[in-house]
Design a protein around this ligand. Structure first.
Ligand code: GDP
Ligand code: MG
Length: 290
């Protein structure tokens, strides 16, 4: 779990005065949890104004109150456009959790009785389309896609069908390539451009899937993606195993994008909407009554 900061703070502060040494240790623990160093310094400055005999609960409450407005900015309930089909396009680095997240999303929408078609546009990695299809088969949802086919023409075919057959939702999976970003970006651009042949509104949703373990790297990753493709939301995965979730605070300070969902496991139902308060309580290890 990602409550490392909270546990660490308790260790650091127990019985100690909030002097410059303690503040330095606090700042280090924030950086260790992948809060950006500049943000950690800023938070530590705020803590330095507290009385020196403040206990850990005061420290945590001060951090909570300071950080919560930024995290709240990231909250947004998903609303699917009335116009059919809604195209949801996901992108992100290799292994971020795109395919798993699409499976969870498909299940989420299916429970709302929405009809779903899936385009497997990760035709690059051998077995990727099959991995997606196997998952969607469990939900009795059809996946269009074939290994080594051109992803943009696959996306075209899928959207054409989704329009003709009046599907509510088209989910588009894409390839992630860690060492080959330029190609990936060009390919993502091409798929988005191809979808727009059916209307400028497509894809209505374009979400970057971010591995909750990727920490500070996410900031530069996000910068690259926003420069090249249209994005209107984020999904953070693997929060069940991340110890670096502090980056979410730094990310929301710098980017004006909502977090539509968070993933906390590999199973169908391990997906929930992002709740700033729960997130921060978990990060700082604060119980219900803060
Ligand atoms: N613990 C955990 N594992 C996840 C989560 N989401 C995805 N994974 C795992 O991360 C790995 C990569 O996921 P995948 O969906 O194939 O990533 P993709 O390359 O972006 O499509 C797989 O082993 C998934 O089971 C999550 O929320 N929690
Ligand atoms: Mg995949």
């Amino acid at each position: 779990m990602f409550n490392r900061i909270g546990k660490k703070l308790t260790e650091i502060i127990q019985g100690k005065k909030i002097d410059s040494d303690t503040l330095e240790s606090i700042e280090d623990s924030l950086i260790l949890a992948d809060i950006h160093p500049l943000d950690a310094t800023e938070l530590s400055k705020i803590l330095s104004k507290l009385p020196v005999d403040s206990d850990v609960s005061v420290i945590k409450k001060t951090l909570f109150d300071t950080m919560i407005p930024t995290l709240k900015k990231g909250e947004k309930k998903i609303s699917i456009s009335a116009q059919k089909p809604s195209v949801i396009f996901v992108s992100g680095l290799n292994g971020a959790g795109k395919t798993t997240t699409l499976y969870k999303l498909a299940s989420f929408f299916k429970k709302q009785k929405l009809s779903i078609l899936v385009a497997g546009c990760d035709t690059f990695r051998a077995g990727a389309v099959q991995q997606l299809r196997d998952r969607m088969n469990l939900l009795l949802i059809e996946t269009i896609g074939e290994n080594r086919k051109d992803p943009a023409s696959l996306a075209y075919k899928a959207l054409e069908r989704a329009i003709n057959e009046q599907y509510d939702i088209l989910l588009v999976d894409t390839a992630g390539r860690l060492h080959d970003n330029e190609n990936l970006m060009a390919e993502l651009q091409k798929i988005q451009k191809t979808l727009k042949k059916f209307g400028a509104q497509y894809p209505q949703e374009s979400w970057l899937v971010i591995d909750g373990n990727s920490g500070q790297n996410t900031l530069s990753q996000l910068e690259k993606f926003t420069q090249r493709i249209e994005l209107n939301g984020l999904i953070i995965t693997k929060l069940d195993i991340s110890e670096k979730a502090g980056f979410v605070y730094s990310l929301l300070k710098r980017f004006d994008l909502p977090i539509l969902f968070q993933g906390h496991g590999e199973k169908e139902n391990d997906l929930e909407s992002f709740n700033a308060e729960d997130f921060l309580r978990n990060l700082l290890d604060i119980g219900e009554s803060k």
